[in-house]
Design a protein around this ligand. Structure first.
Ligand SMILES: Cc1ncc(C[n+]2csc(CCOP(=O)(O)OP(=O)(O)O)c2C)c(N)n1
Length: 232
């Protein structure tokens, strides 16, 4: 949803408000939407088909390698044409996947210091609390794979610390960076902190409460505040 909304806000013609309304609709029964639950490359402005957990991390590592390769081929001592940094947002589920861990290990070995992975550490997956099946120390695992680790203790309310962590990551060299951000899933709803916040619809009261937290009228839907629109 985040990617789709960004496509709308930055002004891709295909990403109309009506498309956003179709988010998650099934492809059967005459329904057609660009807003599939999993992004697909056939849609405008979707660069990579994703959905399998962990695949985003592997793609990010590939992009970071490609960027380093371009820099090595085209940058000159006095002209730094390629200086990109790749940012990847990941959750508990992504970090459990084999495909992610192989890519993480490669990124550490290659010292991909143009890569930043942000971990939405809410300790909840689609089925229940993470500790039912996973109790590892992820920070130690990342450090031993050659990554620099930055911790954000309260990513739910303390946005400035996330910004500071991103700045720190931006100025870090020699290692890929892992930002471990503790969050509360579904914050502001009556299922906050539980697997019920992972998927499905929220109750009307929680939705209305969240709209007011975001400074929107209770009943507004699919509306972008003028200030936000102007910014984009
Ligand atoms: C390889 C793979 N296995 C299983 C799934 C099904 N699945 C979708 S989301 C999810 C749990 C993800 O949990 P988390 O990353 O913590 O997301 P959050 O609960 O924070 O939204 C699972 C198992 C999948 N998409 N890909």
């Amino acid at each position: 949803m985040f990617l789709y909304v960004m496509n709308h806000l930055v002004g891709y013609d295909a990403w109309t408000t009506d498309e956003l309304r179709g988010y998650g609709s099934p492809k059967t029964g005459g329904q057609s939407t660009l807003c599939h639950a999993h992004p697909e490359i056939e849609c405008p402005a979707i660069e990579i088909t994703t959905g399998p957990l962990g695949q985003g991390i592997a793609n990010a590592v590939g992009l970071a390698i490609a960027s380093k390769n371009m820099a090595a081929n085209f940058n000159k001592t006095d002209i730094q044409m390629i200086k990109s940094r790749v940012y990847c947002m990941t959750g508990d589920g992504c970090l459990m996947e084999g495909v992610a861990l192989e890519a993480i290990s490669l990124a550490g070995s290659l010292n991909l210091d143009n890569l930043v992975v942000m971990y939405d550490n809410n300790q909840v997956t689609c089925d229940g609390p993470l500790h039912w099946i996973n109790t590892e120390d992820i920070n130690t695992k990342m450090r031993s794979s050659g990554w620099k680790v930055i911790n954000v203790d309260d990513g739910t309310y303390d946005v400035q610390t996330i910004v500071a962590a991103l700045r720190l990551a931006h100025n870090s060299y020699e290692k890929p960076v892992f930002i471990n951000i503790r969050t509360i899933i579904g914050v502001g709803t009556c299922v906050a902190g539980s697997a019920k916040a992972h998927h499905g619809g929220f109750d009307t009261e929680s939705i209305m409460h969240n709209k007011s937290l975001g400074g929107l009228p209770h009943t507004s839907t699919h509306a972008v505040p003028p200030k936000t629109l102007k910014f984009f």
